[in-house]
Design a protein around this ligand. Structure first.
Ligand code: ATP
Ligand code: MG
Length: 404
C-alpha cells in the first residue's frame, strides 16, 4: 500500500495563462517545506499536485502542508492493488481506526476504468455491508454522511480516501513577486508579513537597530520572528540597518514634536532604497490606523511623502485584539511580547504630534544631511539568510530567552 497526497489549489485554477508558473512555484514550495524527506515525489498535474510519501510520515507531512500558501485542500489517498478482497479488508480496517460512534457513512465508488468486472452500485453495496458488519454503532446515510469513503477504480489500482484537510489558502509564496517587510520586534509587523506571504509575496525583512541603545537580544528577537515566518514560505533574507547615527542626529536637531515623524521618514527612505537595490516592488509594514501617534492618517501623509512606492498595510483596519489573535495562531505572539525594546521605543518622544504637518516635517528634515546619513546606513547593511532548518537552534534560543 502506497500513500499519495492529492493537493488541490483552488484560486489558482482561475489564473489562466499564469497557471503553469503558479503550479510550479507551489510544487517548489512544497518541496522546500518537506526538504528533510528527499524520498517524497512531487508530481504537478493540471488540476492537482500529487505527492507520493514513499515512506515519509503522513502525520508530519500533513502538518507541514497546512502552512503552505496556495493549497486549498488536500487528501491522503491510499493506492492499493486492484483486488476486491484487499480493498474490502483495507476499508474495514481504515473505518475501524476512525471515531465512528453514532456516525453515518457512505461509500462513493467511481470507475475510471469501465471495463472493471464489478459496477459501482455493486461495489458500494459490498464495501458498505462489510463496514456495517465490522464496525459497531455506525449507519449509512447517502445524502449527508459524516464519513465518505471514496473509491476510485483505476486501470492498475484502487485509490481510496476519506479525509480532506483544509489548506492555508492564499497564493504560493513568490508567485506575486518580492516585497520588503519592515519588521520590528512588535506584535503587528510579523502579522503583516504573514498576510503578505499569504498573497504570494516573497518577503525580505528590513530591521532597524540602534546599538548600543538597543540590545543584541532585540536584534535576535526580530530574527527569531523572521524565522517563525519561514514556516510559511522557505527562507527569508533578514536585512539589518544600522540606525544609531540617524537617531542621534534627529534627536540633536529636530524639535521634540517631530522626532517621530522625521524618524519614520528616514526609515521609509532607507527601506525604499533597499527595495530598489534588491528589486522589490512594494513595502509592507504593521501600521494599524489610530493605534499610536505615528499611525494616524495625518501621520501617514507626512511620512508616506518620501516615496511613491506602494506601501501595503495588511493590518491597517484591524483591531489590536484581532491582530493578537492572528499572532497567536501563527505563533509569533509569545516572542513579540518579550521585553526587548527596539529603536523606536527608546527614542520615542513623550508626546509625538498626532497631526504632524507635511511642510514642517520637510523643513525640519532639511536640517539633516539626509543623503550622507542614508549613504552611511546603506554601507552598513548586514544581510543574513534565515531558513527553517536553523529551527531547533532558534527554538532553543527562544525558549531560553523566555526563561531569562
Ligand atoms: P509593531 O507591533 O509591528 O512593532 P507597533 O504597533 O509597535 O508595530 P510602531 O512601533 O509605530 O507600531 O511601528 C509601526 C511599523 O513600523 C511597524 O509595524 C513596522 O512595520 C515598522 N517599524 C517600527 N520599528 C521598526 C524597526 N525597528 N525596524 C523595522 N521596522 C520597524
Ligand atoms: Mg513597534
Amino acid at each position: 500500500m502506497e500513500t499519495r497526497i492529492q493537493i488541490r489549489f483552488g484560486e489558482l485554477s482561475t489564473k489562466g495563462k499564469n497557471k503553469k508558473r503558479f503550479v510550479q512555484k507551489l510544487a517548489q514550495n512544497i518541496r522546500m517545506a518537506t526538504k528533510e524527506y528527499p524520498q517524497i515525489k512531487i508530481k504537478p498535474d493540471y488540476d492537482f499536485i500529487f505527492l507520493d510519501l514513499n515512506g515519509a510520515d503522513e502525520a508530519v507531512i500533513t502538518e507541514r502542508l497546512k502552512s503552505v500558501f496556495g493549497i486549498q485542500s488536500f487528501s491522503p489517498v491510499y493506492v492499493l492493488p486492484r483486488d476486491f478482497e484487499t480493498a474490502r479488508t483495507f476499508i474495514v480496517d481504515m473505518v475501524q481506526k476512525m471515531e465512528t460512534a453514532g456516525k453515518t457513512f457512505k461509500i462513493a465508488t467511481r470507475r475510471s476504468d469501465h471495463s472493471y468486472q464489478y459496477d459501482t452500485n455493486w461495489l458500494n453495496a459490498e464495501f458498505g455491508a462489510a463496514v456495517l458488519q465490522n464496525v459497531p454503532d455506525i449507519t449509512v446515510d447517502v445524502k449527508k454522511p459524516d464519513i465518505t469513503v471514496r473509491v476510485d477504480v483505476k486501470q492498475e489500482h484502487f485509490l481510496i480516501s476519506t479525509k480532506k484537510y483544509d489548506g492555508a489558502g492564499g497564493l504560493p509564496v513568490g508567485s506575486s513577486g518580492k516585497g520588503m517587510l519592515m519588521l520590528s520586534g512588535g506584535i503587528d509587523s510579523p502579522v503583516a508579513g504573514y498576510f503578505a506571504m499569504k498573497r504570494g509575496v516573497e518577503v525580505e525583512a528590513v530591521h532597524f537597530h540602534s546599538p548600543p541603545y538597543t540590545s543584541p537580544q532585540a536584534l535576535q528577537k526580530a530574527q527569531n520572528l523572521a524565522w517563525k515566518l519561514t514556516k510559511f514560505g522557505g527562507s527569508i533574507q533578514f536585512i539589518e540597518v544600522p540606525f544609531t547615527e540617524i537617531q542621534e542626529e534627529i534627536k540633536a536637531k529636530v524639535p521634540e514634536g517631530y522626532l517621530m515623524t522625521v524618524t519614520r521618514r528616514m526609515m521609509l527612505r532607507l527601506t525604499d532604497q533597499i527595495r530598489e537595490k534588491r528589486k522589490g516592488m512594494a513595502i509592507f509594514n504593521g501600521e494599524s490606523l489610530g493605534q499610536v501617534a505615528s499611525q494616524t492618517m495625518d501621520s501617514m501623509q507626512a511620512i508616506n511623502d518620501v516615496t511613491t512606492t506602494p506601501i501595503i498595510r495588511p493590518v491597517a483596519t484591524m483591531d489590536k485584539l484581532e491582530i493578537i489573535e492572528i499572532a497567536q495562531k501563527i505563533d509569533t505572539f509569545d516572542l513579540s511580547i518579550q521585553p526587548f525594546e527596539d529603536c523606536c521605543t527608546i527614542f520615542a518622544p513623550a508626546a509625538p504630534k498626532t497631526k504632524p504637518k507635511l511642510d514642517k516635517a520637510r523643513r525640519y528634515e532639511s536640517m539633516l544631511d539626509v543623503e550622507g546619513l542614508i549613504e552611511r546606513a546603506m554601507e552598513g547593511l548586514v544581510i543574513t539568510q534565515i531558513t527553517q532548518e536553523a529551527s531547533s537552534e532558534k527554538e532553543k534560543e527562544a525558549t531560553f530567552a523566555d526563561l531569562l
